[in-house]
Design a protein around this ligand. Structure first.
Ligand code: ACM
Length: 785
């Protein structure tokens, strides 16, 4: 008894000691169309009541009460509106379902007397998410009992359980809001790693918080089939199990873990998740991959392959050459049976049929397939893939649904009603929009959240391309090269999470957040409301909210930790914690920082030698004790390289390809065996195995500044700027990441990248960054004349 009393006293002091939220602190992500701070605040306590009008508003009242119960241990009475009770007698939360001027729109007003939320059914749901972001964190119980619950949170829980209630101040505000894009999606690959139904629901909960409305569920892969199909039980028995899994990166590793890995969703689980999502206005788009990424199917049903097998469920990452055989008509019967069960489970108007990365080796080798190509009067294997997708599209259309496919479905001719998901950059989406097909933009250059958020060396194992938060944030989905009429075909955007290196929910959180917060502003906010600096100002509080909810987001670099050119012998370094309440520890002598290094409490002076550099390294520690990776900034005191006076020539870079074996990139001869122009420094279009390529051209530097050059490659590569080496990543090696900095004047600078590969696993990720934002190759690269 005494102990309880003492802890209540302690908790009271927690409540009193915490500052109230000031109205200037209103931070909503994604940024609304209109937000005006109003005087006063609404005091929410257990004397308040919810009044609603319309069925959807009744559902929202339930969601709000769920939140209050979780966060403050009380619920409010709910009744109809208009109410007979005198308006001033009690604080009211009024929820009104009404047609909205813009679909999915809402209006939210908070003042001293009431909270008023009005919108259409979806708008009310989104208005509720905005309202939840007005709740101050300091009186909220961390809702996840296994999360990073703080001491304060435990005290609050005891206090509320003992009958004390918080008075919650919601700042006065008027918000009018509606989305920019109709399609606001995230894709999760459950083939490489399986995420149990509870994790999928949590993922959906998170999507709702930031006003996403599509969940693309990537259900089948070479490495595992994850959905129960009643007619083909071997999919569950065989195709959902792999005997073991590669350890580490498949481009470096030859080690396997020896442990069977399995998992699939029963149809009952799928129905339950579909219903759960629908209640939250999330349409689930199921993906059944074809004709590639199907090795797991072949393990279960070898008769659907080209070689007769035997096959096993793939145990390493990368793409399988074993694909479905279009010359066997029972393959189509199988797919139609599967799709029939899938369409029965998923009411989505769209069914994703994959279509990406179907290697054509087996089709080229197969007499049967070559005969089919002849018989159908087709030109080649790409035409055959187009025939395959067309045939499936006809079937899906006959059931009143439409297909979505990855941008490879453009090759050999687009199926007539297909929506294209542009993933290999934006080119596929641009081409499809010009052909008057609907497009979802999911470019790997901006929206692949399996790519690393920071320096690969200090980040967890990942897919080996560099995609920092700022690069994601500044993505604009409507390409300037399209006419306004063509832009109408871009229906929205989606972030993709491939899970080769994401084994569990902890890592999923880490890779998704905060980059999905940036995506939410791309998808929802009006272009004029997107502002990176404002987003970064809002982030610390929102991340504190996510921390409270037990979300294992990646802790961003401290605000102000930026590599830059300096002109004086000493500079002042000013940092800000990236998460509200977090701590920064740093070093300036090149040593690894830890929690016993100097804590950052105020701006400090840093000496930078003439013609040299200085390094700040730091870590960020959350109140829960969670520690960030190592972050650093380089201060460069060197002269700028002047721009060149040359004619820019065409857009793109020249390449010169050599098919020969080399021991390092510097040996590459120019000219090579073939040459041409590409839109970016990218080896993918070149299908290179043993050989090398030299890229050369000019970069149009947008302003005097420090630029970072980045090379992640297998094997070696060298980056030259104005004839000097800026990144040396040469030699025969597995995947390896290197970067370098150069101060450059605005204007044209000469660039060259030499790259070579021996054996399998050719990979090159090359980029130029300014303050962690990638320069868009389409805008800055020129061939020269
Ligand atoms: C993809 O990333 N293969 C769509």
């Amino acid at each position: 008894m005494k102990r309880l009393f003492l802890s209540i006293l302690a908790a009271l002091s927690v409540l009193n000691g915490m500052a109230q939220l000031k109205t200037g602190d209103i931070t909503i992500i994604p940024e609304p169309v209109l937000l005006t701070s109003m005087p006063g605040s609404f005091v929410l306590n257990e004397k308040a009541a919810i009044h609603y009008s319309g069925q959807a508003a009744g559902k929202i009242a339930g969601f709000l009460n769920d939140f209050l119960q979780r966060s403050y241990n009380f619920k409010l009475p709910v009744s109809g509106y208009p109410t007979k009770r005198v308006a001033a007698a009690h604080p009211m939360i009024i929820l009104v379902e009404a047609a909205s001027a813009k679909p999915d729109g809402y209006i939210l007003e908070v003042n001293t007397g009431r909270v008023y939320l009005q919108g259409d059914a979806n708008g009310l749901l989104y208005g509720l998410q905005t309202l939840l972001q007005l709740f101050p964190l300091n009186k909220m119980i961390a809702p996840d009992p296994s999360g990073n619950k703080t001491q304060d949170s435990v005290k609050l829980q005891q206090l509320y359980a003992a009958g004390q209630h918080a008075a919650i101040h919601l700042p006065g505000v008027r918000i009018q809001d509606y989305p920019r894009f109709a399609y606001r999606g995230m894709m999760l690959d459950v083939g490489r790693h399986f995420f149990p139904p509870a994790a999928v629901k949590q993922f959906i909960d998170m999507l709702v918080l930031y006003k996403f409305n599509r969940f693309h569920w990537h259900l089948t892969e070479d490495q595992g089939w994850r959905i129960e199909i009643k007619k083909y039980p071997r999919l569950q028995q065989i195709a959902s199990v792999r005997k073991e899994t590669i350890v580490g990166h498949h481009r470096r590793s030859t080690t396997y873990d020896g442990k069977p890995y399995d998992g699939y969703y029963t149809q009952d689980e799928v129905r339950d998740i579909v219903k759960y999502a629908a209640e939250r206005n999330i349409t689930i788009i199921p993906e059944i991959e074809m004709p590639g990424h199907s090795q797991a199917v072949l393990a279960a049903y070898p008769q659907f392959g080209n070689t007769g097998g035997p096959y096993e469920v793939r145990t390493t990452w990368g793409i399988s050459k074993d694909v479905l055989n279009p010359a066997n008509d029972s393959v189509f019967t199988f797919l139609q049976d599967v799709l029939t069960e899938v369409m029965d489970l998923f009411p989505s108007p769209y069914i994703h049929i994959g279509g990406d990365e179907c290697l054509k080796d087996r089709w080229k080798e197969s007499r049967e397939v070559q005969q089919l190509i002849k018989k159908l009067g087709l030109k080649d294997e790409h035409d055959l893939q187009s025939y395959f997708i067309n045939r499936i599209e006809k079937f899906v259309n006959s059931k009143g649904r439409s297909i979505i496919g990855w941008d490879e479905i453009l090759e050999g001719g687009l199926a007539p009603n297909a929506t294209v998901m542009s993933w290999r950059g934006e080119e596929g989406g641009i081409a499809a929009a010009k052909e008057k097909h609907d497009v979802i933009m999911t470019p790997n250059t901006y929206l692949y959240f399996d790519y690393t958020q920071g320096q690969p060396a200090t980040e967890p194992l990942n897919a080996a391309a560099y995609l920092p938060l700022k690069t994601v944030y500044n993505y604009e989905p409507l390409p300037p090269s399209l006419t306004p009429a063509e832009r109408q075909y871009i229906k929205g955007v989606q972030g993709n999470i491939w899970t080769e290196f994401i084994p569990d929910q902890q890592m999923l959180d880490y890779m998704v957040w905060p980059r999905a917060l940036a995506l939410s502003e791309i998808a929802w906010s009006q272009p004029g409301k997107k502002n990176y600096l404002r987003f970064m100002r809002k982030l610390p509080l929102e991340l504190a909210r996510l921390n409270n909810a037990g979300v294992n987001f990646r802790i961003p670099e401290p605000v102000g930790l930026e590599s830059k050119v300096v002109t004086t012998p000493a500079v002042t370094v000013t940092l800000k914690p990236p998460v509200k309440g977090s701590f920064i520890y740093y070093t300036t002598d090149g040593s690894q920082p830890g929690t016993r290094s100097r804590p950052y409490t105020q701006p400090f002076e840093l000496s930078v030698p003439e013609n040299g550099t200085a390094l700040v390294q730091c870590i960020v520690v959350l109140p829960s004790g969670r520690i960030s990776p190592l972050y650093s900034a380089t201060y460069v005191r060197k002269p700028y390289l002047p721009a060149l006076t040359v004619k820019p020539g065409k857009k793109g870079v020249r390449f010169s390809l050599v098919n020969n074996t080399f021991a390092n990139a510097r040996q590459l001869p120019v000219p090579g065996d073939s040459s041409g122009i590409l839109p970016a420094i990218d080896i993918r279009p070149l299908a290179l195995k043993n050989g090398g390529v030299t890229f050369s051209g000019y970069v149009n530097i947008p302003a005097d500044d420090l630029y970072e050059f980045h090379l992640n490659s297998d094997d070696g590569a060298v980056f030259y700027v104005d004839d000097q080496v800026v990144v040396d990543n040469d030699g025969q090696h597995d995947l390896q990441d290197r970067s370098g900095f150069l101060p450059l004047r605005k204007g044209l600078h000469k660039i060259k990248v030499q790259y070579f590969n021996v054996g399998t696993g050719a990979w090159l990720d090359a980029g130029i960054y300014r303050d962690r934002e990638k320069l868009n190759p389409a805008e800055v690269l020129y061939t020269g004349q």
